[in-house]
Design a binder for this molecule. Structure first.
Ligand code: 26Y
Length: 821
């Protein structure tokens, strides 16, 4: 048997080698004389893609044959991250490829680093979409992702003299070996113009006569599931000009105008908006949204109509999940197509429509909700505006009837209306989504409750059954298996299988080893290896040497006032001053810490950029102070992205999850960190609440105001800071850390209008930090807390989340390619 096995493995190995060599020779047209690392990466990627295409084809054929309901996950962002390792892990081929490549003279891990990291998203929302695709494929659901193929992803962040500098991310400069261009799959998308009315058999009919056309071309990205043959599709749209349209200009000899129109068309998908949570209100952004909704709806309908049938069946075959309000125009777009193109009566179209859609909200902060000015909407999408008015007309009638005898009737209607009677008048995209969907969900229990009781309270009263919770999750394939080899090997060894990767709750059974010294030592060593890997990365990227016997205290996420990187910075200053005030003997007894912060600030978000500068300035002072040495280091980790997250997260001892209670909808890095053995320093916000439920509050450091206390505390946001905090404020204001002309506004806003309660949470924060130090001194206790956390995170696998969506929102069944027996 062994011989047979060996021969089989060997043949697999040579198949891999042959396929790589064939791609080097015929696809890349290279020889062994110019076969470098990057061409080896490309050839390897292409050989993996060949396998993906096979399973992808089988999967699509099966989905078509079975004709079960499909779910379409619509998201304007997908933060895919690198694909090679993920594909190999999911296909179960990582070891075979490693061996095959070794003989060719390359280390697989080095090839991984050759891949660009597609950053087609800003942060949590985009990364969630990608974790969801991984789980949808793994659980064999008939699912598609739909989004935009931006030419430029999220900017590359450079830190120059402590400031963020944004560089364009032209990620397609090198060929993208994963995607499949489908020039045959394309749709026209229209903008502008006017609406014509005519009467047919006593019914008014509308016809949109647009003034602009562009083409949407499909680019398909295979998404393999783990331990299954199913491979699903992420279809991203690119905009290109249409030919017919400019014929006229050409004929009239207006050559330059024709070229201009063509460039305008290409412009639509050229760049991702780098604003996280602050709507830009820009025309191009609305164009992007409609562009991708229009193409997607056409594609979905075409697939539905392949089997001729009744429109009433549409909701039995199609579920569309809206990832926030960004794809909301899909709702009026589907209605438009059903009514104007296929001639359905309004009420019939409406009954179909709301059953198809469901909407996920990702924020409770009112200023982050999307609104589009009526003026812009009318200019770009005149027919859609009419349809939105019509939806609103019917809805307002119903609301008016329901509250007919309520003295506040008109207030309630004003609040629920899809139209805001402000200057300028706007369309409220969240209200459109709530009314046009059969289910609305938040992304963590606390957040979903806030939606019901605060932000959407009136809607919840009106549609009590619409509101649900779907606590976020992350994929253990990327976030443990790919990013933390030492921990994965440990799980494999003690669980004697890899089935924990399909059911993360299995790791809990390892709690039986919590007193086993050998197990604990191996767990500790795994963390140590990850810390050393990160230290090497930091030395290479930032030129700073950090001690790996220090506590690694890490905060990585988009820079935002509500997330409170400023609170973390103030703690660093506090700790620095405390150390400075100590005797040499006392200093020697302190826990060493390396503070790390990473994250991008939206280019126009001045306060966020100042926070980056402040942290770098603190680093300049602390890192160069001979009194401090290795006792404390402050590092800003540049260009935080999916691929750096995979190195950073597994190395953390402590993770800062310190948003003001009630502001962070869920957070997902909190899950990744705890799964990888970090302990939470955090507030009772977002999914922290549920994580603490499962891992135990005694295994976390929880501080600060609870959500029910926040409103009252805000009323005293001008209160004095207290002596210890005021001292830190003064230090920034008098220039101890960076130029006070630039940075003191950060402090002044806390002094006068501390919206996010930095002052009132500060003292309980530093107390918890002291407790973390004390605990860290007891390494055995720290290790137990860390292990207990990691082993109890089963619920936060995105597999659990996706099963809940499938059962409770989409009514979806899995369709699995049979495994060969
Ligand atoms: C309107 C537009 C500018 C916009 C663009 C991006 C608005 C919002 C966003 C992104 C939001 C986002 O990433 N939200 C995060 O979603 C995560 C996944 O649900 C949550 O874990 C996290 O708390 C939330 O901030």
């Amino acid at each position: 048997l062994w011989e047979l096995m060996a021969e089989y493995i060997d043949s697999e190995k040579s198949t891999i080698q042959k396929s790589i060599v064939a791609h080097v020779e015929y696809t890349l047209a290279r020889t062994r004389f110019n076969f470098d690392k990057n061409s080896c990466f490309k050839a390897t990627a292409l050989s993996i893609r060949d396998r993906l295409i096979e399973s992808w084809n089988d999967t699509q054929q099966l989905f078509t044959a079975e004709d079960k309901k499909r779910v379409y996950y619509m998201s304007i962002e997908f933060l895919i991250g690198r694909s090679m390792q993920n594909a190999l892990v999911n296909l179960g081929l990582e070891d075979k490829y490693r061996e095959a490549l070794e003989e060719v003279g390359y280390k697989l891990e080095e090839l991984y680093d050759e891949e660009v990291d597609p950053g087609l998203g800003n942060g949590g929302l985009g990364r969630l979409a990608s974790c969801f695709l991984d789980s949808l494929a793994t659980l064999d659901y008939p699912a598609w992702g739909y989004g935009i193929r931006y030419d430029y992803g999220i900017f590359r962040q450079m830190i120059v003299k402590g400031y963020q500098v944004e560089m364009p991310d032209y990620w397609l400069a090198q060929m993208n070996p994963w995607e499949i261009e489908r020039s045959d799959v394309s749709y026209d998308v229209y903008f502008g113009g006017r609406v014509e009315k005519r009467w047919e058999n006593g019914v008014e009919k509308s016809n949109w006569i647009p003034s602009e056309t562009v083409k949407a071309v499909a680019y398909d990205n295979p998404i393999p599931g783990y331990d299954t043959f199913n491979t699903i599709n992420l279809r991203l749209w690119k905009s290109i000009p249409t030919n017919e349209f400019d014929f006229q200009s050409f004929n009239q000899g207006d050559y330059f105008r024709a070229i201009e129109t063509r460039q305008k068309a290409e412009y639509i998908t050229s760049v991702l908006y780098p604003n996280d949570s602050t709507p830009s209100g820009k025309e191009l952004r609305l164009r992007q949204q409609y562009f991708f909704c229009c193409a997607t709806i056409q594609d979905v309908i075409r697939r539905f109509l392949k089997k001729s049938r009744d429109w009433e069946e549409f909701p039995d075959k199609v579920a569309i999940q809206l990832n926030d309000t960004h794809p909301a125009i899909s709702i009026p777009e589907l209605l438009r197509v059903l009514v104007d193109k296929y001639g359905l009566e309004w009420q019939r179209a409406w009954n179909i429509c709301y059953k198809v859609f469901s909407y996920t909200n990702h924020t409770v902060m009112p200023e982050a909700l999307e609104k589009w000015s009526i003026e812009l909407f009318e200019r770009l999408l005149p027919r859609h505006l009419e349809i939105i008015y019509l939806i609103n007309f019917h809805f307002m009638n119903q609301v008016g009837q329901r509250y007919a005898n309520d003295p506040k009737k008109f207030d309630i209607m004003g609040y629920m209306s899809l139209i805001e009677e402000s200057r300028p008048k706007t369309v409220r995209m969240a209200n459109l989504c709530i009314v046009g969907s059969h289910a609305v969900n938040g992304v963590a229990a606390l957040h979903s409750n806030l939606l019901k009781t605060q932000l959407f309270a009136r809607f919840h009263e009106y549609f009590p059954n619409k509101f649900q919770n779907k606590t976020n999750g992350v994929t253990p394939r990327r976030w443990i298996k790919c990013s933390n080899k030492p921990l994965s090997d440990l799980y494999q060894k003690y669980l004697e299988s890899n089935s924990w990767l399909s059911d993360l709750t299995e790791t809990k059974s390892l709690m039986r080893f919590i007193d086993n010294e050998e197990f604990k030592e191996e767990f500790r060593l795994a963390k140590q290896q990850n810390k050393e890997r990160l230290a090497r990365w930091i030395e290479k990227e930032c030129g700073i040497r950090v001690p790996t016997d220090a506590m690694f205290d890490i905060m990585v996420k988009r820079i935002h006032e509500y997330k409170r990187q400023n609170l973390f910075a103030l703690y660093m200053i506090h700790r620095y001053f405390t150390l400075k005030a100590m005797s040499v003997d006392d200093r020697a007894k302190q826990v060493k810490r390396v503070f790390m912060v990473g994250g991008k600030a939206a280019p126009g978000y001045i306060a966020a950029k100042k926070i980056i500068k402040l942290i770098n300035s603190i680093g300049d002072v602390v890192n160069n102070d001979p009194d401090i040495g290795d006792l404390m280091k402050v590092v800003f980790l540049p260009n935080y992205c999916v691929s750096s997250a995979q190195i950073i997260i597994p190395a953390a001892d402590l993770t800062e999850q310190i948003s003001t209670a009630g502001t962070e909808a869920s957070g997902t890095s909190n899950m990744k960190f705890v799964m990888n053995g970090a302990i939470i320093m955090g507030t009772m916000d977002g999914a922290n609440v549920e994580i603490v439920e499962d891992v135990g509050i005694q295994n976390s450091f929880i501080f600060g105001a609870r959500v029910h206390e926040v409103d009252k505390l805000r009323q005293h946001s001008g209160q004095p800071a207290g002596t210890r905090l005021q001292k830190l404020f003064d230090a920034v204001k008098n220039g101890t850390f960076g130029n006070p002309k630039e940075l003191s506004s950060l402090i002044e806003s806390l002094e006068h209008n501390d919206v996010y309660l930095v002052k009132s949470d500060f003292y309980s924060y530093i107390e918890k930090q002291a407790e973390a130090d004390a605990t860290y001194k007891n390494q055995d206790q720290w290790l137990r807390m860390s292990i207990t956390g990691a082993l109890n995170m089963g619920r936060f696998s995105s597999d659990r989340t996706i099963k809940e969506y499938a059962d409770e929102i989409w009514d979806l069944e899995s369709v699995e390619i049979p495994k060969p027996s």
